[in-house]
Design a protein around this ligand. Structure first.
Ligand SMILES: [Zn+2]
Length: 242
């Protein structure tokens, strides 16, 4: 996620405290869009900051792991720039991710942590690409941040994943995070959406996992992430741009 204030971060056009795009407008846009599921193979979910993977694709991760299929999370930064004056936040957020994955999945999910500086991922595109190449397997689906999400790290990773998917023939789906809050649904009318419908267990596990990111939901010296922002991640499905 990462709304705050890293100096090099591109702050999203709308702050989390603003009312943002009402969830009802997205529901209207997404209603009736086709259901989608990844091909039967490994899933690699790339995340800029601990919590993006759970917010954007937690239900999918739950279902995939529950079906006994391989899931790898590539965790690109530890999200320390969310509160630059809070020492040790990187360690806190790494632990939050571990706790969240335990709530999300009963089986083991691999986490490949790159540890790049939060807010500066664009400077390390080769590192990210090389890690992704190392985890690439036949029939895998790459789940990536949306490349125009409005945070510099999300956008950089999205671009890297698009290029890699194209050059290596890898199936790709992208998940918005901040775009849900600040973008206009009208500009996504022509996007190729796919809805991954969540089971009751999937929604419950995702809701519990989201609560593990306490440093982001209830930060000590900043307003908590408000309910209207979280409402985009409580749907009965997860929407991906294919
Ligand atoms: Zn993020």
């Amino acid at each position: 996620m990462q709304h705050a204030n890293a100096e090099e971060s591109k702050t999203p056009a709308t702050a989390p405290t603003d009312s943002g795009t009402p969830e009802e407008r997205w529901l209207k846009l997404l209603e009736g869009r086709p259901q989608w599921t990844p091909q039967n193979g490994p899933l690699v979910v790339v995340s800029a900051h601990p919590d993006d993977e759970v917010l954007g694709a937690g239900g999918l991760i739950h279902s995939w792991a529950a079906a006994g299929r391989a899931v790898t999370i590539v965790s690109v930064t530890d999200g320390e720039a969310a509160s630059p004056r809070r020492p040790g936040l990187d360690l806190v957020r790494r632990d939050e991710l571990k706790g969240a994955l335990r709530k999300l999945c009963q089986t083991h999910v691999s986490v490949v942590r790159i540890g790049l500086p939060d807010g500066r991922v664009g400077h390390y595109a080769n590192r990210v690409r090389n890690v992704l190449l190392a985890v690439t397997e036949p029939r895998m689906t790459l789940i990536a941040p949306y490349e125009r999400d409005g945070h510099c790290d999300h956008d950089a990773i999205g671009e890297i994943c698009i290029a890699l998917a194209r050059s290596h023939g890898i199936a790709l789906a992208r998940y918005p995070i901040w775009a849900w809050h600040h973008a206009d649904p009208g500009s996504f009318a022509d996007a190729h959406w796919g809805r991954f419908v969540l089971s009751f267990e999937g929604r419950r596990a995702k809701a519990r996992a989201v609560q593990c990111f306490a440093s982001q939901l209830h930060p000590p010296r900043a307003p908590p992430v408000p309910k209207h922002v979280l409402s985009h991640f409580e749907r009965q499905y997860e929407a991906f741009i294919l």
